[in-house]
Ligand binder design. Structure first.
Ligand code: F6R
Ligand code: MN
Length: 186
């Protein structure tokens, strides 16, 4: 047995990574200026509050290599809008990605370069094949942490600027009912 290498691990129940060098990044409320539609509700939030944490295995980043990471998106709202990730296109637009729901529930907002948006339900065991040329954002519509595993090409990079004007759909809590709203300038 001792001849086998022990690979890194993911705990399927909660997305905790172990067994390898990790990179961790916390995204706090203060870093999400302009992301939520209700600016005054955002400015009243604790700027230090962590909205999501990303952990990934530190691995070679050359063309052809893959990153494996988990996003833990906490439960909460800014005004009536659910906590969500900033969302991005890949810098290399043709590069896709796969997300797997592990814990909690929510939505994956996908948007084409033409601005057409769609939502996929995220739940433990869900598999989301994100094609190239498609922006993506996680939204936590539940009461517990939404954790999702992702695998993406190291060469993909991130382009946040192209979506600075926002996505075409917003997801809000309407008295306990999850509602989607179309945004004109999205
Ligand atoms: C990588 C990827 C995820 C996100 C993470 C945080 O390409 O899609 O690991 O980076 O969910 O979201 P952003 O990067 O939009 O802040
Ligand atoms: Mn991505």
């Amino acid at each position: 047995m001792s001849a086998f290498l022990l690979p890194p691990q993911v705990a399927w129940a909660d997305g905790v990574l172990s067994g390898g060098p990790l990179i961790r990044k916390s995204t706090r409320m203060q870093a999400l200026a302009g992301v939520f539609s209700n600016q005054s509700a955002w400015s009243e939030c604790d700027p230090e509050r962590v909205v999501y944490d990303v952990e990934l295995f530190d691995s070679p980043s050359a063309e052809g290599e893959l990153y494996v990471g988990v996003t833990h998106l906490y439960a909460g709202r800014v005004g009536d809008e659910f906590f969500m990730t900033r969302g991005h296109f890949h810098q290399r637009r043709e590069q896709g990605e796969v997300y797997f729901g592990l814990h909690g529930e929510g939505l994956l907002l996908l948007q084409s370069e033409q601005g057409e948006a769609r939502l996929e339900y995220v739940f433990p065991g869900s598999v989301h094949i994100i094609p190239g040329n498609t922006a993506h954002r996680l939204i936590n519509t539940g009461a517990v942490t939404l954790s999702a595993l992702a695998v993406w090409p190291c060469a993909a990079g991130h382009d946040y600027a192209s979506l600075a004007g926002g996505f075409a759909l917003r997801v809000v809590d309407d008295d306990g009912v999850v509602q989607t709203k179309e945004v004109q300038n999205g």
